[in-house]
Each structure stands twice: as structure tokens, then as C-alpha cells.
Design a binder for this molecule. Structure first.
Ligand code: CA
Length: 409
């Protein structure tokens, strides 16, 4: 009897161990259905979604366990992915990729020139910038959107790393379906729930989507005019100034330092000039009083730039310096006056995110503003590093390193 009992226990143990993941998934599916009713329905109703839309559009919906960045232990069970190392920006600006996107962008400029001119007349955003964003987001609509937007957003809102971010986006997606611009089947997205050729989240689509071809639907999945006008509409709202550049590559000789970077340290053109900063591609018509901002994405270990407010309008599309710089450079190439940066991205040591957080906390403890210490290195962290280095009598590099992390620990 004892042997049998042990065997049964062993079998029971195995039976429990082997399908634990499956059991967990079944339990998650059940609580997902309850959560849709208890949490999402009241929010959707308050947002104007009808019960009929809610029931028909969510009928049979299941979690998508194949998505990245899920907490498969259930809501609140913690991140399951390791943060990658922080590395040089160089791979982001892969020359073959940029050159191919520029060639295709020029073809699209020829094919859609009249539409792009009409978009520029209405929104004040030039063709090459709109094209560069379209190219960067979905290779001009060529990238297949492999995910059901509602299912992806619902999964991220329930067991994703950032449920508070995705929950209102799920409700916004239901509002989109309520309006009838697109069917549930046609509402395709990236794995992260960004919809259509411009890759907007549903709330941004509700705010900025444009029916530019006049067929009565804001179709950013199939209509190129709707896609182009939607991109331009968002950029105008984020502060794009018509007839102004995004910026240009610069040099940074002493006494100017990388610690002068960022949108809070703008100076007129002529003030940068007095500091010895030079830049490329500026005609004599540039207003010497126009404000420019220093951008140094890799500190002193890469090319530096003087940018305008328009650079920050591009960041309104995707809040990343590298993204905005990629779009600006691609736009220059599409317009026919751009190519690789003159400055090289120099080799830098990769550094793990935990060390960056340590460094950021060390800077905060010394009174520097790095924003939230997330392990992501933006201009605040770079300028704080540079200011700390200068105050310590060190050369300013404005770039993280393991040595700096231990000095600041
Ligand atoms: Ca349309």
C-alpha cells in the first residue's frame, strides 16, 4: 500500500508538474474573461462603447501567450525578461538599411508627390519628413502587421509589463470599433498593439486619424493618403514649424561641452557660433537668433548635432533621440541632400542596465536631474554625467561606463 501511495503521489506530482503551465494558462484565461467584464466593460461604457459592440467585438477573445513582455505568472507577477545591455547607437543607423529606405522613399515621393504636396499645404510638414516616418514605422506599409490589435492590447493590459499604459488603449480600440472606421478583423497591429501603417496606438489614432482621400473612413491600414495625412496631423500638433529644418550635424570644440545638451539649454545660432560650434548644411538665410539645441546621443563618442524645435516634434511621435535622428537623417536623404554622418560612432563598452540605474541613483543623490532612474540613458542622464565629470575635474564624456557606475555607487 505504501509503495502504491508513493507511486500515486509521484504520479500526482508529475501530473501536476507537467501541465502546470497549461493549468496556469487556463486559470489566466478564466480570470481574463472575468476581468474584461468587471474592469474593461465599465470603462468602455463610460467611453461611449455600446454593449452590443463590446459583446460582438470581444466574443471568443483569448489571451495571446506568444506576445513578448508578458507576466505569465499572472498580473503583478513581475517582469519575465532581462533588460538587454545598453550599447552604442551605431547599429541603429545601419547604412544599408538607411540607404535602402532612402531609395524607396524617393520612389514613393515620385509616386505620391501630389498627395504629399496637398498634405504639406494643409499641415505644414514637408514630404520628406512624412515619408521618413512612414518608412521608419512600416517600410512604407510593406511590413506585415501580424497581430490582432484588440487581442494584443487586451493581453498587454491584463498580463503585460505595463497594464496601466495599455488598459486605456484597449478601451480606445473598442471606441475605434464603435465608430466603424475599421472592422475587428482588419484592425491589424504590431505585437505591441501599434496599429496601421503609421503605427499609432488607438488613442493617438482617435485623436489624429485623418480621412484624406474622402471615402468617409480613416483607413490607416489601406489608404496611403489617410496614412500620410495622419502622420502630418500628429506632427503639426506636436509643434512642427513649417519651413524650418529638423537640425544638422555639428562640431563641438572647447569651451563648448556635451554637458550643454538638451531641450532646456537652447541658445540662438550666433551664441553657439561664439562658443566655436560649427555646423553643416546651413544656408546664409538661417536666422542667427533662431534657437538651436545641442544633441549628443553618444556623448563625445559619436556625432553631435544642433537641432530645432522640429526635432522635438518628431520625438512627439516616438520619444527617442535616436528615432528622431534616424527620421531626420532619412528625410535629408530622401530630399537628396543627406548621407552618412560625418562623425563616427566610436566603440564604447556595453554596460548592463543595473549599472546604469546605480549610476543614475548616484547622480540623484548628488543633486543631479536624471529624470526617473529607469536604466534608459536620455539627454538628462547624459548631461548629468557631463556636469558631474566637469565638477570632479574630469573630461566630460556624457556617456555611461562601468567605471563611472562604480565611482558613483
Ligand atoms: Ca479614407
Amino acid at each position: 500500500m505504501r509503495i502504491v501511495a508513493v507511486c500515486l503521489a509521484a504520479l500526482a506530482g508529475l501530473a501536476w508538474l507537467v501541465p502546470a503551465a497549461a493549468q496556469n494558462r487556463a486559470a489566466l484565461e478564466a480570470s481574463f474573461q472575468a476581468w474584461l467584464e468587471s474592469d474593461i466593460w465599465p470603462a468602455a461604457r463610460a467611453a461611449g462603447v455600446s454593449r452590443r459592440t463590446f459583446d460582438t467585438q470581444l466574443a471568443g477573445i483569448r489571451l495571446n501567450f506568444d506576445l513578448p513582455e508578458l507576466q505569465l505568472g499572472g498580473p503583478g507577477s513581475g517582469p519575465v525578461i532581462d533588460q538587454p545591455e545598453f550599447r552604442s547607437p551605431a547599429p541603429y543607423f545601419n547604412e544599408d538599411n538607411l540607404a535602402a529606405l532612402a531609395r524607396e522613399g524617393r520612389r514613393r515621393l515620385a509616386a505620391w508627390g501630389e498627395t504629399l504636396a496637398a498634405v504639406e499645404r494643409r499641415y505644414g510638414v514637408p514630404a520628406e519628413i512624412v515619408l521618413a516616418i512612414w518608412g521608419r514605422e512600416t517600410s512604407y506599409g510593406e511590413v506585415a502587421l501580424r497581430y490582432d490589435a484588440v487581442r494584443s492590447l487586451a493581453t498587454h493590459a491584463f498580463i503585460g509589463r505595463r497594464p496601466d499604459f495599455f488598459r486605456p488603449e484597449l478601451v480606445a480600440a473598442l471606441k475605434v470599433l464603435e465608430r466603424g472606421d475599421v472592422s475587428r478583423e482588419a484592425m491589424r497591429s504590431s505585437w505591441a498593439g501599434a496599429i496601421g501603417q503609421p503605427q499609432l496606438l488607438p488613442a493617438a489614432y482617435l485623436q489624429y486619424g485623418v480621412d484624406f482621400d474622402g471615402d468617409g473612413r480613416r483607413d490607416i491600414w489601406n489608404s496611403v493618403p489617410d496614412t500620410l495625412a495622419t502622420i502630418a496631423n500628429l506632427l503639426r500638433d506636436k509643434g512642427w514649424h513649417a519651413s524650418r529644418e529638423w537640425g544638422s550635424e555639428a562640431t563641438l570644440p572647447s569651451p563648448a561641452t556635451c554637458a550643454l545638451e538638451g531641450p532646456q539649454q537652447g541658445r540662438p545660432f550666433d551664441a553657439w557660433h561664439r562658443l566655436g560650434v560649427t555646423w553643416t548644411g546651413e544656408g546664409p538665410a538661417s536666422d542667427p537668433r533662431e534657437t538651436r539645441f545641442l544633441l549628443a546621443p553618444a556623448g563625445v563618442f559619436g556625432p553631435v548635432f544642433l537641432v530645432t524645435e522640429n526635432f522635438y516634434a518628431i520625438k512627439g511621435y516616438n520619444n527617442s533621440d535616436l528615432y528622431a535622428l534616424f527620421v531626420g537623417n532619412l528625410a535629408d536623404r530622401i530630399a537628396g541632400d543627406g548621407g552618412p554622418f560625418a562623425g563616427a560612432w566610436r566603440r564604447v563598452e556595453p554596460i548592463v542596465h543595473a549599472n546604469i540605474v546605480t549610476m543614475q541613483n548616484g547622480l540623484i543623490a548628488r543633486g543631479y536631474d536624471v529624470g526617473t532612474p529607469t536604466g534608459i540613458v536620455g539627454y538628462r542622464t547624459r548631461t548629468a554625467i557631463g556636469s558631474f565629470q566637469l565638477s570632479a575635474g574630469l573630461p566630460a564624456t556624457c556617456y555611461p561606463s562601468a567605471a563611472l557606475a562604480s565611482a558613483l555607487n
